[in-house]
Write a protein that binds this ligand. Sequence first.
Ligand code: NDP
Length: 334
Amino acid sequence: MTEIITRVEDESVYRAQLSGKKIAVIGYGNQGRSQALNMRDSGLDVIVGNPRDSYLKTATEDGFQVKGISEAVAESDIIFYLIPDEVQKDVFDNQIAPNLKKGSTVVFASGYNYFYGYIKPDDDIDVIMIAPRMIGWGLRDMYLKDQGFPVLAAVGSDHTGKALETMTGLCIALGVLKKSGSIVMSSFKEETLLDLLTEQSWAGSILYTFRAYYEVVTELGCSPEAAILEMYASGELAEIADSMKNIGLFRQLRTHSHTSQYGQLTRGQEYIGEATKELMRKNAGKILDGTFAREWTNEQQTGQVVLNRTMQEAKSHPMEAAEHKLYKILQRGE
Ligand code: NDP
């Protein structure tokens, strides 16, 4: 079984590993801000490396010393690399790699660039991954409530022989091991597969399942507003997801009526057969052999034509206008 760490015997051992080390958080967005604040509140010496205006202002207002990326890297021992995955390679090659000190540590929050070899730190650098299973603001919120959260973690390269201790110490400083949190020992490969296949299977198909449901029930005379409330706008879905988290996927069914349980268990299966699993296997294969990553790189280099087209197509569906009208009445949305 995978090693899952929920507590350590003596935190001081790991804190000692970080003593006197300076940490540069590169990027002050979703993850960067929360991770920087959590580590500073845990007593670490944190500076921020950020290029442009928008996030720089927030970091300065939060009381951080903000520097250019090259400068921040040059004066730090541990680099948290928290800018979007798709821009990481260029910034790493041009601003980070030339300024890394021998024996320093690079921390990724996703496996993507290291697994595919887009980013290859020199052999004298420790490489670790701390990939939160939590959106940025959630990670800060949990820290302030004294609650932990799960991360997938791994050591990619251990030049110093201390990478595991550094990783564990940083997880403690981030608040991972507060109440109910866990470090799940993983790998860059596993994190990449799990993350991308989630997006490319169940998460993506939920969107199109909802749209198909909308089309069918409105064909049958149901109102668009009632259909959208039924699926997600009521918040019931969020409650169910919470129950799944707290008591389990099928065990949460006990909070539904018997009619609902019978319908879900007998009809739910009809939609998912061997063909769906075969499609998942096919997409998993394309993730693991790098086909998807090459497709995505090409898509970015050619102006994101497919992304823009599919987004436009989603936005021009009648369900989008109906949702907009409903959310206006409910006083929600942007
Ligand atoms: P964000 O999109 O929030 O990152 C924004 C930050 O990146 C800003 O500081 C921005 O600076 C900087 N940035 C954007 N483009 C560039 C560029 N071309 N050059 C230099 N800096 C740039 O990223 P996330 O926090 O969402 O993701 C960071 C990492 O965390 C990724 O590896 C991601 O996979 C991982 N992750 C994200 C999760 C999430 O909840 N979002 C969950 C788990 C992991 P500026 O002020 O100049 O715009």
